[in-house]
Design a binder for this molecule. Structure first.
Ligand code: BTN
Length: 251
């Protein structure tokens, strides 16, 4: 079921609040024409010209899922978008953990948040921002791109949305091995040796600051663990395993 809104601060915030007061069915989706305070990863904002792009959030019934399996949601949502974009003949890839890229440019960002009841997970919310018909980006987002910028065509937002939601529905039912294999198939820079930079996360009482550590290094992607960690093999032969946000691709 899809709920359409003209304007909201953030579809993720809206669904988080709604899920605390009422029971929402699995895959309940809310899509807004405009967000006044769209949220991105790492506390960043999310730019989207009103009426031009898809800004939506979908709820997942994860309350019986072991927290160690939540990585499934990242794979599933990223795959649903990447596979939909391929239907529109766009060669989308997934940049670990769950950005969607076409070439070296970001076309979609995903923000997953879990709703807790005490220490248990009640449900999870996947917020998806897909750049569809926007022609100019004004924020300092590093390398945004839209479907229209890539092809010159205008797209029907409802049609793209329905495609992604039904893809999420299908992917929820497939086995973990198949999901993982599909994810690996779509992985950005899956082959070859690339430059990376380790990120140091330092927490202060009121802020979390991330700064790139000094040295870039060259490595290839060896694997993704069942928890979603990235396994890199350096040219020296050393293996390194990173959690989310501990390492960045240099693009
Ligand atoms: C990122 O920084 O890459 C994640 C961006 C996620 C943006 C989407 S738009 C719909 C949903 N509502 C939000 O406030 N954020 C997500």
């Amino acid at each position: 079921m899809i709920e359409y809104l003209e304007e909201i601060d953030s579809t993720n915030t809206y669904l988080l609040q709604k899920s605390r007061t009422e029971h929402l069915p699995h895959l309940y989706t809310v899509c807004a024409k405009a967000q006044t305070a769209g949220r991105g990863q790492r506390g960043n904002g999310w730019e989207s010209e009103p009426g031009k792009n898809l800004s939506f959030s979908t709820i997942f019934d994860t309350h019986e899922m072991d927290p160690s399996r939540l990585w499934k949601l990242s794979m599933l949502t990223a795959l649903a978008v990447a596979e939909t974009l391929r239907v529109y003949h766009l060669p989308a890839e997934i940049k670990w953990p769950n950005d969607i890229y076409v070439g070296d440019r970001k076309i979609c960002g995903i923000l997953i948040e879990n709703v807790l009841q005490g220490s248990a997970i009640q449900c999870s919310i996947a917020g998806i921002g897909l750049n569809v018909n926007q022609e100019v980006f004004v924020s300092n987002a590093p390398n945004p791109v839209s479907m229209k910028q890539l092809t010159g065509c205008d797209y029907d937002l409802d049609e793209v949305l329905e495609h992604i939601v039904s893809e999420m529905e299908r992917l929820w039912t497939i086995g973990d091995d198949e999901l993982r294999a599909d994810y690996m198939h779509y992985l950005y820079r899956r082959e070859g040796s690339w430059l990376w930079r380790q990120v140091e996360v330092c927490s202060a009482p009121m802020m979390i600051e991330q700064q790139p550590a000094a040295d870039a290094f060259r490595a290839s992607i060896e694997d993704i663990t069942p928890l979603g960690q990235l396994v890199l093999r350096l040219e020296s032969g050393e293996q390194r395993v990173y959690h989310f946000k501990e390492v960045k691709y240099i693009i």
